[in-house]
Design a protein around this ligand. Structure first.
Ligand SMILES: [Fe+2]
Length: 419
């Protein structure tokens, strides 16, 4: 190599090294930008995002007068927690609520009263000067027409949890009932936030009514956290309401399925069902609780804590008891005083007993094992990701068990009440 060629080679080598340094130089600082660079755009973008409402859900707080809570979350505090409601006649109402910091995020709550059954409205929530949510539409059922509600339990935050939501939405229910074990988040607020985001399409557009399960005690252990997350007519999550011709009783049996039932809860259930029985308008009675009085699942089975309640369900003629805890689907024949009162498969005319349904297939895994042989009180059982759907038309009720993955109705029964 002569001197000229050597010079060219050295120049090319220097250029090559410089090229590597330049590209390294472009690459390396980029990796550190999120930590080190601040500019007006970088500073403002997260700020706008952090004020965006998410996890919006509504709950029935009272029915006399009718009141609904609206709850949402922001990652940063806002100057105001505003609910903006547009009624079908064009009237716009703005209500201010409260916000509180809990576990590093901001929980906003507004309660809207003065509604009537059958009312339709759209709404947004947020801080008008920072960020408002998308618009959601709500149509409350009236007190005379048919009533559809969905019910499921044991949900979590996976793809099957989303399927439970989309399947429920496909039936356009007036309410959705969750029979407990909601997110499995315990003290981890990130899991709760994911859960609220998953349920939002359903829970922002109709009351998402909750019965607490054992896993709702995994966080603070006293439901103080759950009461921040979820609106309820009662801080202990024991409550009832009447809608149309139906009575809905939501019972919290605490953190242990084999504990001794408290006398207070027993008496409250007795008094509540007794009251419902004196209401002429009430044709149907439903109970929602987490632990199943009847289950042939191996994981938990029939819950001892429910044993004394069944005499009350008999005495006051409860039509259906919905439970979860067992992550599967199971449905009994109508039962009275511990005995099957009808062996029909799917049509019950004045059955004279209570049907017990486990709807624990909303996403939190499946418990596939059942005790063998199948107990004589159990009509159908299967480990499926699924939800329950109830349609009431006057004195006729149709129940469907619906596969969340396929939409298939894999079990169905009809109850007809004739005077
Ligand atoms: Fe459970």
């Amino acid at each position: 190599m002569n001197r000229k060629n050597l010079s060219i080679a050295i120049i090319l080598l220097i250029l090559a090294i410089a090229t590597v340094v330049v590209f390294q130089g472009l690459w390396v600082p980029n990796r550190s930008i999120p930590k080190t660079v601040e500019s007006p755009s970088d500073a403002s973008t997260p700020s706008v995002l952090n004020h965006t409402p998410f996890g919006i859900h509504i709950n029935l707080i009272d029915t006399d007068p009718l009141a609904i809570s609206f709850i949402w979350v922001t990652l940063s505090p806002t100057n105001a927690s505003i609910l903006e409601v547009t009624f079908d006649n064009g009237t716009v109402v703005r209500l201010a609520g409260v916000q509180r910091e809990y576990k590093g995020v901001y929980w906003h709550r507004v309660i809207l009263t003065g509604l009537v059954p059958g009312e339709a409205f759209s709404y947004r929530v947020g801080d008008p000067e920072l960020s408002m949510s998308d618009e959601f539409k709500v149509k409350l059922p009236d007190n005379e027409g048919p009533l559809t509600f969905t019910v499921y339990g044991d949900q979590g935050i996976n793809k099957y949890s989303r399927m439970a939501v989309s399947t429920a939405l496909s039936f356009n229910p007036a309410f959705n009932f969750h029979v407990g074990d909601l997110s499995y988040g315990g003290a981890n607020v990130d899991i709760w936030l994911k859960w609220f985001s998953i349920i939002e399409p359903l829970a922002a557009t109709r009351p998402y009514i909750v019965a607490v399960g054992n896993h709702e005690y995994d966080g603070e252990g006293d439901l103080s956290d759950i009461n921040i997350y979820i609106g309820s007519p009662d801080e202990s999550f024991n409550y009832w309401f009447v809608w149309s011709n139906a009575f809905f009783l939501v019972i919290n049996l605490g953190p242990e399925d084999d504990a001794v039932l408290s006398t207070d809860i027993y008496n409250w259930v007795r008094d509540s069902l007794g009251y419902a029985s004196r209401l002429d308008v009430v044709k149907w009675k439903f109970v929602f609780l987490h632990y199943p009085p009847y289950s042939s699942g191996v994981a938990h089975g029939s819950a001892p804590i429910t044993e004394s309640l069944m005499e009350l369900f008999d005495e006051y003629g409860v039509d259906i008891v919905f439970a979860g805890h067992e992550h599967n689907y199971e449905r009994t024949y109508p039962i009275y005083n511990g005995a099957v009162v009808s062996r029909n498969d799917s049509l019950y005319i004045n059955p004279g007993g209570t049907i017990y349904v486990v709807v624990g297939g909303a996403g939190g895994g499946l418990y596939k094992d059942f005790i063998e042989p199948q107990p004589e009180w159990s009509f159908y059982r299967e480990a499926r990701y699924s939800i329950g759907v109830v349609e009431i038309r006057g004195d006729t009720l149709v129940f469907k068990a619906v596969d969340s993955q396929t939409g298939e109705v894999f079990d169905e029964f009809i109850i007809i009440k004739k005077d």
